[in-house]
Design a binder for this molecule. Structure first.
Ligand code: TXA
Ligand code: MG
Length: 413
């Protein structure tokens, strides 16, 4: 199967926002949501989406599309054959449920005839459209059984990306979509990442540029008491806690607890996820990059906080930088050599690849998956990552959650 990229011309739809009056009616205590609706006649951007929408309506082959978090691999959530196509293309175990993407609340209401539970009202008003997924009771017969993997609930999300919502609206059905990576690989944040993983397995990638957020949506369960965050993501726990009814939200994901009392985790113990081919070594906050690695070949380094050149020592030598490679979405990778005291290159290769994500933690989230992929592509054998401080409840929790899953080894500071 040949994989085509459909590049969407810039401009509208994202600029053409208006208020959809049907959204204001659902809860009088919350202001209407601002939502984009399809302009008529369609803009060039929308016309370019038409072939993708047609594939989604009629074939069992999934279509990759951009959202503000990561690229998704979509199928009509009401057609079993189409949803099975997602699992086949990704090589994903079918016991892992998929998120259902809607373009507006009326599409969602059709799936929840008894109404959207009131606990979600403040979250929807504040974060939708956006990187938040809510669990809802499943009404049998509304979605293909393959979407929910036998659970009594389904995850729903209204993406902020106007392109994503346009595609859903054009298909006229909710779209089930996991991240568009091959199973176990880092999530894709650019169309080229999808092509890298799924070339030959799908027909179309809709290219909407680089994803803004860079980590997946936050998954919340408001059906349990107390309500829980099941996966940290683009909306922070802090922001959720600020909403009425969510003050007591608990972290329902295994993370710091799984880490134990700072002991390095055995390489075999990891649940493989978000992983590049290179071995990932995560330094918890305060960890210093001051040992080993060069004997392992090419060393990738992702700096996020305090690691600096010169100052970081790799394999007992200083790193001298030469060239720079600009990867997908403008991600810059500096290339250097480790030079020992006598001025000779140290180790088997002595090659170092450096990605600078130092800055605010949103920038780390934005660049993280792209950095892991780019270092892989450039031949890193091991990637040392400087962890961020996730004591608070900001997006750092999502960053560290993904990194802990990607890492084969965790070193404490
Ligand atoms: O940002 C995102 O959420 C991206 C984009 C494409 O929208 N999608 C995404 O999908 O990350 P995926 O399939 O890679 O992750 C879905 C997550 C999984 O952790 C899954 O277990 C959880 O959502 N999930 C989905 N439905 C669920 C349910 N009914 N109960 C509990 N967890 C659920
Ligand atoms: Mg995923």
């Amino acid at each position: 199967m040949e994989t085509r990229i459909i590049t969407i011309p810039p401009g509208p739809p994202s600029s053409s926002k208006n208020t959809d009056p049907s959204l204001g009616a659902w809860s009088p205590s919350h202001p209407p949501l601002t939502l984009w609706t399809l302009p008529s006649p369609p803009t060039p951007s929308l016309a370019a989406l038409a072939p993708a929408a047609a594939l989604l309506r009629t074939t069992p082959v999934p279509v990759a599309f951009p959202t503000e978090t990561v690229y998704g691999l979509a199928a009509d959530a009401t057609r079993p054959a189409a949803v099975r196509g997602i699992y086949a293309a990704k090589g994903r175990p079918s016991d892992n449920p998929l998120i259902v993407h809607v373009c507006d609340l009326s599409m969602l209401r059709a799936l929840v005839p008894d109404g959207i539970p009131e606990i979600y009202a403040p979250l929807i008003a504040r974060f939708w459209p956006g990187p938040l997924t809510i669990l809802l009771p499943l009404v049998p017969g509304t979605l293909a059984p393959e979407v929910t993997a036998g659970l009594g609930t389904f995850g729903a999300r209204m993406p902020a990306s106007a392109l994503a919502r346009s595609l859903i609206k054009m298909v006229g059905a909710p779209l089930a979509a996991p991240s568009a990576n091959a199973s176990t690989r880092p999530s894709p944040t650019a169309a080229a990442h999808v092509v890298e993983d799924l070339r030959g397995r799908i027909e179309v990638v809709v290219d909407g540029g680089v994803c803004e957020v860079g980590v997946e949506s936050t998954v919340v369960d408001g059906l349990s008491r107390p309500p829980a965050v099941l996966r940290p993501g683009g909306v922070s726990v802090e922001e959720i806690r600020g909403c009425e009814g969510w003050e007591g939200v608990v972290r329902g994901y295994e993370d710091r607890a799984a880490l134990g009392a700072g002991a390095p985790r055995a390489p075999g113990m990891k649940y493989k996820h978000y992983s590049p081919r290179a071995r990932v070594v995560l330094f918890e906050r305060g960890g210093r990059l001051d040992d080993g690695g060069v004997g392992e070949g090419t060393v990738g380094v992702i700096r996020t906080r305090g690691w600096e050149w010169p100052g970081c020592v790799v394999g007992g030598g200083e790193v001298v930088f030469g060239g720079e490679v600009v990867g997908e979405g403008g991600l810059r990778v500096k290339e250097g050599r480790v030079v020992g005291r006598e001025g000779r290159v140290v180790g088997r290769e002595g090659r170092v690849l450096d990605v600078d994500l130092v800055g605010d933690v949103k920038g780390v989230a934005h660049g993280l998956f792209a950095a892991l992929r780019e270092l892989d592509r450039l031949g890193a054998d091991v990637i040392y990552v400087e962890g961020v401080d996730d004591d608070g409840e900001d997006i750092a929790a999502a960053v560290m959650n993904r990194l802990r899953k990607a890492a084969s080894e965790i070193r404490s500071g």
